[in-house]
Design a protein around this ligand. Structure first.
Ligand code: SAH
Length: 325
């Protein structure tokens, strides 16, 4: 409470494309999985989602997708960011919606374009701060060094930067998790998004299904403890109660809030494509409309005595205090 008050901020989550050139061993939308229908929403569809968020008082939006590094993708994202900014300015939101991007590893020039277009936050999880574990869950082309470099680049451009890890990865130790929190601290990030690792059966890591399922309760507890300890060690950053927590436990997100999280990301991805954005199995909220998700999450927040932060970007105090003016 003393770090971030009793307000909980909503960021509408739009999973705008599942086209992906990466091949992360844990992820259901990895390039090598032929099962999902690959889709990319149009600019107009994404702007519609953004207007919904603005009308509902969310204040901020997160645009997430699979990873593409081609020029057409960079141009598309830049264009969408500009359109959202201009279409969502109002008396309540004089600078339009706050925009967080989560579109993976990109070149500096691409990140700069996104920032200039008006996105001011960027989420890029390190997934694990252990280089050895990182290399076991990614193909050799995807390196720990590149991920770190991207995080440094994002910071130097001026983005508020978020990172995070998956908890309960096969072979991950408590000491790895403690190091993860020190990694967040040393990187001096503004936002944290982390949650349990959940098996997807069409991935190479499905061979760990049995042990991961057997550890379910322990992994949920560890995830909540990670939120609590991160809140204590990092203080006034924003911490998300992620959807993956709710996939593990119907009240997982409330528990996340009670353990120190202060951000929730309601689903606003159009219903028709949600089933094609399954990073892991048992993902909740794939049949509810955006309005139902909002209502449900509002109830979850107020049920535990917290307040909704409306029509505000909801930047972390950490980020606000860092600003030079
Ligand atoms: N491509 C973008 C965003 C999509 S993935 C990026 O890489 O940033 C977003 C996050 O989902 C990943 O960072 C990862 O931590 C998480 N994720 C992917 N597969 C998962 C799984 N099986 N269980 C839990 N989280 C998963």
């Amino acid at each position: 409470m003393e770090n971030c008050g009793d307000e909980v901020f909503f960021r509408g989550l739009v999973e705008f494309s599942n086209v992906c050139t990466s091949d992360c061993f844990y992820c259901g939308i990895r390039k090598s999985n032929a099962k999902p229908n690959r889709y990319t929403l149009t600019k107009d569809e994404i702007v519609e989602c953004a207007k919904f968020c603005a009308d509902e008082g969310f204040g901020s939006i997160v645009l997430q997708s699979g990873e593409r590094q081609d020029a057409a993708f960079a141009e598309f994202v830049e264009d969408v960011v500009r359109a959202i900014k201009s279409e969502t300015m109002s008396a309540a939101l004089p600078q339009g919606l706050g925009i967080t991007l989560c579109v993976g590893e990109q070149k500096r020039a691409t990140y700069e374009r996104f920032f200039a277009a008006g996105a001011h936050r960027y989420l890029l999880r390190i997934e694990t701060s252990s280089p050895g574990l990182f290399s076991r869950i990614h193909p050799p082309k995807q390196t720990f060094e590149t991920r770190i470099k991207c995080l440094e680049t994002l910071k130097s451009i001026g983005f508020q930067v978020g990172t995070g890890v998956m908890i309960g990865l096969p072979g991950q130790t408590i000491s790895d998790l403690a190091d993860d929190i020190l990694f967040f601290k040393n990187l001096d990030v503004d936002m944290i998004g982390m949650g349990p690792y959940i098996v997807h059966s069409d991935t190479p890591m499905q061979c760990h299904e049995k042990e991961t399922t057997a550890r379910k309760d322990e992994i949920l507890q560890l995830s909540l403890m990670m939120i609590a300890v991160t809140r204590i060690v990092l203080g006034n950053v924003n911490i998300a109660a992620t959807t993956a927590l709710q996939a593990m436990d119907p009240t997982g997100r409330e528990k996340g809030l009670l353990h120190g999280a202060n951000v929730i990301m309601p689903q606003v991805t159009p219903l028709g494509v949600r089933r094609d954005y399954l990073l892991y199995e048992g993902k909740p909220c794939i049949d509810e409309s955006a309005l139902q998700c909002k209502g449900c999450l509002e109830n979850r927040v107020t049920s535990i005595g917290r307040r909704l932060g409306k029509n505000a970007w909801g930047d972390s105090r950490h980020a606000i205090e860092k600003k030079p003016f």
